[in-house]
Design a protein around this ligand. Structure first.
Ligand code: AVI
Length: 324
């Protein structure tokens, strides 16, 4: 998976259309078949994800907001006055708002997201609520190197914020690469605050990705709707089923779309064949322990500096400082 971002994309650009077609055809021609989870987030997919975050079974968003509210003052101690706060994959900045209220005056808040339109809009909404705060959005792929605006570069230190357990949608080697890249971007003396979902009883995990209302199933199947609409696909939705399960060996929830019968589907003029029961692997959502994320971060040059969890230890906010 490459850039994430729950980008409430309005109109895809031609270059993105071409990348979507190439990625979908490559993924559906591979064995096993797969699709990149970043493509979940078209307009409908983003709305479905918002609904997921409110489901009774989907605990991560509620837990993370709770931790932020309960520990904002402690977390804020890691952000010195005059620092720049850089949020990776900021989306709606809902979680940053909680942190911003607890922080001492900053040099700047820099929300970074691949969806420029959305962060520009969010910046307009943030500025009146935080008068005096420089809100300087950057449109960029957070997995790549990008330049920070001058006031953030000039600040004595930079603090990264990466909430939402989006780190869990990276493969572990991609998560390590992300952490190394974040270190390069934030520079000497940096701190990084990461939201990460924790390993927990399998029933809780399975329920969170198999909600009774079927919203996660819709979210998963919406990928096929998108392919039908944007790539002239002929997927029949009632012949595919949402499968999500916890893979204990790899500490991850896997999401798949399973073909209920042997069939052929046309996508962008190509014929894709499915065996009965064959799946398209659409997402991994890795779950970490405090120790395993700490080890990953250490390997990428970061030193653990603080951990906050909810009462049930379902979710964690972990802070790291850049080792010199
Ligand atoms: C965005 N990401 C952290 C979510 C997760 O839990 O991995 C995406 C999601 N997929 C199904 N439900 C939620």
């Amino acid at each position: 998976m490459v850039a994430l971002a729950r980008s409430r994309r309005v109109q895809p650009q031609p270059a993105e259309d071409a990348a979507f077609e190439a990625d979908v055809l490559a993924g559906l021609s591979a064995t096993p078949k797969r699709l990149l989870p970043k493509y979940f987030y078209d307009g409908v997919g983003s709305l479905l994800f918002e609904r997921i975050t409110e489901l009774p079974e989907y605990y991560p968003t509620r837990c993370e907001m709770r931790i932020l509210r309960d520990h904002a003052r402690d977390i804020a101690k890691l952000v010195s006055e005059g620092a720049a706060l850089v949020e990776f994959g900021s989306g709606s900045s809902k979680k940053a708002r909680i942190l911003l209220r607890a922080l001492r005056p900053l040099a700047a808040y820099v929300p970074v997201d691949i969806c420029g339109e959305m962060i520009e809009q969010e910046a307009l909404e943030l500025r009146p609520d935080f008068p005096g705060l420089k809100v300087l959005p950057v449109t960029a792929d957070i997995t790549q190197n990008f330049a920070l605006p001058a006031p953030a570069k000039a600040a004595p230190v930079r603090v990264g914020f990466f909430p939402g357990s989006t780190i869990g949608n990276f493969e572990p080697h991609e998560a390590a690469a992300f952490l190394r890249n974040a270190g390069r971007i934030l520079g000497t003396g940096a701190t990084l605050i990461v939201g990460a979902d924790l390993i927990k009883p399998v029933e809780v995990l399975n329920a969170a990705y198999n909600d009774a209302a079927g919203v996660t199933a819709k979210f998963n199947l919406n990928l096929l709707v998108r392919i039908n609409r944007e790539l002239g696909g002929t997927f029949k939705l009632d012949t595919f089923e949402h499968h999500a399960f916890y893979n204990r060996e790899r500490h991850r929830i896997e999401m798949h779309l399973a073909s209920l019968k042997r069939q052929k589907v046309k996508v962008a003029g190509e014929i894709i064949e499915f065996r009965a029961g064959e799946t398209i692997h659409t997402e991994n959502s890795y779950k970490y322990s405090v120790e395993s994320l700490g080890a990953l971060a250490r390997g990428a040059g970061w030193q653990p500096a603080g951990v906050w969890t909810d009462e049930r230890k379902y979710f964690s906010i972990q802070a790291f400082t850049l080792a010199v």
